[in-house]
Design a protein around this ligand. Structure first.
Ligand SMILES: [Zn+2]
Length: 410
């Protein structure tokens, strides 16, 4: 009799144990790592020289000696100025004196013991950039130049991203919303990355170093981490996009970015929303840019002809272009977003700041009128701030407005 009755108890015991392990011991399906690795200064075409100022030490593995290898980097210390200088192949030829007595390796590993160091990089044509970083650094030779990776705690990374991406003076609610979005973007990038390393540029999201983190961005990350925006029905983190100012409404990701972004069916299902809350943005008003038509053609490598289709917000979807003069066979269409990116690369990113643009010609010029700033898909940063200030929205409500059918989850 006791045997008969013990079976259900044993079964219940297993069920309870199973629940305990799944709830309390197993990590969630979208667990984030404690530290992230970021490729620094990816917006520069090449790095020839690196100068690190501040306390840091060489740590193993310090790389094997590679005298005679194609493009090792040379490391030297300048104790007088408390700095380390790393030279790439092209820079070494003009700085022979710096190479004397220095170490020559394929890669160097340094640790700052969590204290910030200043890193100055020099590229071709005298371009230089300086920023502060902390954590582990890997500095290594690439074909013709130098590359730098920084490994740092995830919350430190996110606090600097929030400070890099949000205009100064934004409310704490906006900073929290940005922290959640930055976590989603990071999660997606790590999922797509083959080596676990993410770029520091706006190609993903901007990480400008420790000077962009402050007590307010650190508090925002502390308040929301590790929450992410998840699909209401599947519970999985969604692929998010954000830009500065939509100037009237956001657009559907699939329509703007095209099928290349169709890899994530969750994001492609989300359409845009109306938004007039970004009126305080300096980019809300139309910006006009005029350029000589032949100069533009020379910079683009083709001649834009007309805007053939727009979405419901007015963002161009199809642009007719002519790739060779006087040949009707060379007329084709490209996406409005691809054309806007081409304009940014050719003319500089500030000239036509919004992907909501019009194009007309007179005899001599192309005249572009753009509204907003950025691609206009997903979260509108100035709109979120407007919702916080005018309607008292907290960060969750702000995110749910721009991303319907989502849930913020740990
Ligand atoms: Zn907006």
């Amino acid at each position: 009799m006791s045997c008969k009755h013990s079976k259900p108890y044993v079964l219940w015991l297993f069920v309870c144990l199973g629940l305990f392990f799944s709830i309390f011991l197993l990590p969630p399906a979208h667990a984030l790592p404690a530290r992230v690795t970021v490729q620094l200064f990816t917006f520069l075409p090449r790095i020839d020289k690196v100068v690190i100022s501040g306390r840091c030490r060489l740590v193993p593995p310090s790389g094997n000696a590679v005298f005679g290898a194609a493009s090792p980097v040379v490391f030297s210390q300048d104790p007088k100025n408390n700095s380390r200088i790393i030279l790439g192949a092209s820079s070494r030829q003009s700085n022979r004196q710096n190479s004397r007595g220095a170490l020559c390796r394929q890669a160097f590993y340094l640790d700052t013991d969590n204290l910030p160091v200043q890193i100055k990089v020099l590229g071709p044509d005298g371009v230089s950039k300086t920023a502060r970083y902390a954590g582990s650094l890997k500095i290594y030779a690439t074909a013709g130049g130098i590359a730098i990776q920084n490994r740092l705690p995830i919350k430190q990374y996110l606090a600097a991203v929030v400070g890099s991406e949000c205009p100064p003076g934004f409310s704490q609610s906006s900073l929290k919303a940005q922290a959640v979005l930055a976590t989603n973007v990071l999660h997606q990038a790590l999922k797509n990355s083959s080596d676990g390393c993410i770029p520091d540029s706006t190609q993903l999201q901007s990480f400008g170093g420790l000077d962009h983190a402050n007590s307010r961005t650190i508090a925002a990350v502390d308040a929301v981490f590790p929450r992410m925006l998840c699909d209401q029905s599947t519970g999985q983190p969604i692929e998010v996009y954000y830009s500065s100012t939509c100037a009237g409404g956001t657009s559907d990701a699939l329509k703007i970015f095209g099928s290349a972004h169709n890899a994530s069916p969750i994001s492609s299902k989300r359409g845009g929303v109306p938004c007039t809350y970004c009126q305080a943005s300096p980019f809300y008003k139309p910006q006009i840019y005029t350029i000589d038509r032949y100069a533009l053609q020379g910079k683009l490598g083709y001649q834009p002809m007309s805007i053939e289709a727009r979405d419901e917000r007015g963002r161009p979807l199809k642009i007719k272009i002519q790739t060779a003069p006087a040949s009707v066979h060379d007329i084709k269409t490209i996406s409005g977003y691809a054309f806007w990116l081409d304009l940014g690369k050719a003319l500089g990113w500030g000239k036509i700041p919004g992907n909501l643009y019009d194009m007309r010609t007179d005899n001599a010029n192309f005249i572009f009128t753009s509204r907003g700033c950025g691609h206009g898909v997903g979260f509108c940063q100035w709109g979120g701030e407007g919702l916080a200030l005018k309607k008292g929205f907290h960060y969750q409500r702000m995110l749910y407005y721009y991303f319907p059918r989502t849930k913020i989850k740990d």
